[in-house]
Structure formats: structure tokens, C-alpha cells
Ligand binder design. Structure first.
Ligand code: UDP
Length: 319
């Protein structure tokens, strides 16, 4: 198959490109490199089955006939999507329409990368796919949350009106190699701080929770969903829930760092808790994550050490 991955130079997108190539597909990666990174796809440069197209998905485009469309293009970390707020709204709206149009034009399957942010600051816990969420439509996170909610609505509309064969994955916090050092996410911040011997910055009192999925598990779940006949959204995430203080302790343990923990203000509308109910993925896709946080952080150590070394800054801890 010739497969299109928008956002293929991003964190999850680039791992998806790898997995598709590994199963024998040809991959067209479309990215405008705003938050994507050349280093994420550098190892694919000489692979004749991999094509890179520098393109903003918010503008109309066509890459020729493809047999599957994965729409992953969007800034995704809170720091990135708040910096690129308008482009993020466009990636979920215009970007979704342009990629959906390609799937309709070529009559092929489509998979939207959606997000646990659709649940906002959830009042239901853990979150099932049937929960409609608690999103502040005018808060600073709305540029991402509402863009993805709109993208889900557009995807369902193409299913209903054009009979496009669509899928929607709701991705929960994911980490692993290629998580950008400077994207402000908690795992990249803590790993960088721990390895550099700097204080770990816990926002608020650190009792808020997240559930972290290792990227290889995430991609496996996405591929299973993409091969299924499920059109409604499916949560793919790791249901092991951690407070941010637990997470900081885990990073200190895995890195062997002696860094302190300091407390910083909690960002506005920061969700109190987040944990996927993955019953649907378990029952219908036979999927569940295999790699726990400790194991996943160990698997990520080498990447983070090299990424820090590439900055030319000292690494305090060599794991
Ligand atoms: N967080 C933190 N310290 C940091 C970065 C983030 O305590 O240096 C917290 C943040 O307030 C949130 C959680 O970690 O409660 C996850 O934040 P992240 O930006 O990784 O993703 P989110 O789940 O909020 O989209």
C-alpha cells in the first residue's frame, strides 16, 4: 500500500511511519516541520519506500493516489499548541478537511489522530469513549481541544455523508524516544531536568494525574484500530495512572538523578485527572499496553541522553 501520514515527522507520526514501512507499506510523509523534526525521519532518508513532502496541511494539496490516509499533523504539546494557536485550530479544521477530501477522492480508509483532550477536565473517571467531556471552549487549551473535537465531527460527517471508511483514535499521554526535549511536556521536562541535574518542576501541588503510554504500544493500538471496522472513537492509552509527584519520583529512580523537586504554578485549565477506560480496545482490538512507565522510561534514556548531548549541554547523569 502507498500510505499518507500527515505529521509524519512528528513524535507519534514518525513512529507510525516506521511501523508502516516495517510491515511493507510505502509511506508518503507530509509535514511542514513547525513542530516536526528532521531528526525524527533522518534514518529514512535513503529508504526508496519513504517519500517526504514539505507541505502545510492547512492549504489544499494532493500527493497522488494513496491507499490509506492517517491524519496526524498538529502541534500536540500544550506549550506548542498554545504558541501556534491559530495554526492548531486550522490543522484540526482545514487540515482535517483537506486530508478527508483525499480519502474521499481515492475512496480509501482514513484514521484521525484525536486526543484525550476531547474530555477536557473530565468529570467522569476513568474516561470512557461515551463521555462527552468537560471542555472550556474559550480557555487557552481550547485551540487544541476544540480543534480536535471539530476534527472528530468532520470525520464522522465524512462517514455519514460520503461513506468514507473512517476511524478515530483518542490518544492519551504518550512518551518515548523522539519526544522533543523542548516541547514542555512533563516527561520531556522531567527527563531533561533529571539528566542535567536540574530541579524537576512540578506544576501545582503535583496531585493531578496522567496515564502514560509508551509509544510502541500506542502505535500498535493505532494500527489495530486502523485495520478494524470500528468507526466510533476508541481510547488508546495506558490505564496506569500516576500523580505528577509519582511521575517525578519515577524519573528520579530510573535516571538515578539526585535532582530536587520544586513547585511551579499550575497552568490554567490543567486537567485534574486523566485515565483511559480501554475496555473497548481490549474487547474489540485485542489490544492493551505491555510496557509500564518504569520500563518505558528506561527504554527512552538513551534517546534523552543523546538529545541533551546534541544540545552541547552537560549531562549530569549517565544511567
Ligand atoms: N507538568 C508538570 N511539570 C512540567 C510539565 C508539566 O508538573 O514541567 C504537569 C502539567 O501541569 C500537567 C501534566 O504535567 O498536569 C501533564 O502535562 P503535559 O504538558 O505533559 O500534557 P497534558 O496532559 O497536560 O496535555
Amino acid at each position: 500500500m502507498r500510505v499518507l501520514v500527515t505529521g509524519g515527522a512528528g513524535f507519534i507520526g514518525s513512529h507510525l511511519c516506521d511501523a508502516l514501512l516495517a510491515r511493507g507499506d510505502n509511506v508518503v510523509c507530509v509535514d511542514n516541520m513547525v513542530t516536526g523534526s528532521a531528526s525524527n525521519i533522518a534514518h529514512l532518508k535513503n529508504d526508496p519506500r519513504f517519500e517526504f513532502v514539505m507541505q502545510d496541511v492547512n492549504l489544499p494539496y494532493d500527493v497522488g493516489r494513496v491507499e490509506y490516509v492517517f491524519h496526524f499533523a498538529s502541534p500536540a504539546s500544550p506549550v506548542d499548541y498554545m504558541e501556534h494557536g491559530i495554526a492548531t485550530l486550522q490543522a484540526g479544521s482545514l487540515g482535517s478537511f483537506h486530508s478527508l477530501e483525499l480519502a474521499r477522492k481515492y475512496s480509501v480508509k482514513y484514521l484521525l489522530a484525536s486526543t484525550s483532550e476531547c474530555y477536557g477536565d473530565p468529570l467522569q473517571h476513568p474516561q470512557k469513549e461515551t463521555y462527552w467531556g468537560n471542555v472550556n471552549p474559550v480557555g487557552p487549551r481550547s485551540v487544541y481541544d476544540e480543534a480536535k473535537r471539530f476534527a472528530e465531527a468532520a470525520t464522522m460527517a465524512y462517514l455519514r455523508y460520503h461513506r468514507t471508511d473512517t476511524h478515530i483514535v483518542r490518544i492519551f499521554n504518550t512518551y518515548g524516544p523522539r519526544l522533543q526535549l523542548n516541547d514542555g511536556r512533563v516527561i520531556s521536562n522531567f527527563m531533561k531536568q533529571a539528566l542535567k541535574g536540574e530541579a524537576l518542576t512540578v506544576y501545582g501541588d503535583g496531585t493531578q494525574t496522567r496515564s502514560f503510554c509508551y509509544v510502541a504500544d500506542e502505535v500498535e493500538g493505532i494500527l489495530r484500530l486502523g485495520a478494524s471496522d470500528i468507526h466510533d472513537p476508541v481510547n488508546i492509552g495506558n490505564p496506569n495512572e500516576f500523580t505528577m509527584l509519582d511521575c517525578a519520583q519515577m524519573v528520579l529512580k530510573v535516571t538515578g538523578s539526585k535532582s530536587r523537586i520544586v513547585f511551579k504554578p499550575l497552568p490554567q485549565d490543567d486537567p485534574r485527572q486523566r485515565c483511559p477506560d480501554i475496555t473497548k480496545a481490549r474487547e474489540h482490538l485485542g489490544w492493551e499496553p505491555k510496557i509500564n512507565l518504569e520500563a518505558g522510561l528506561k527504554l527512552s534514556m538513551d534517546y534523552f541522553q543523546k538529545a541533551i548531548a546534541a544540545l552541547g549541554e552537560p549531562v549530569a547523569v549517565r544511567g
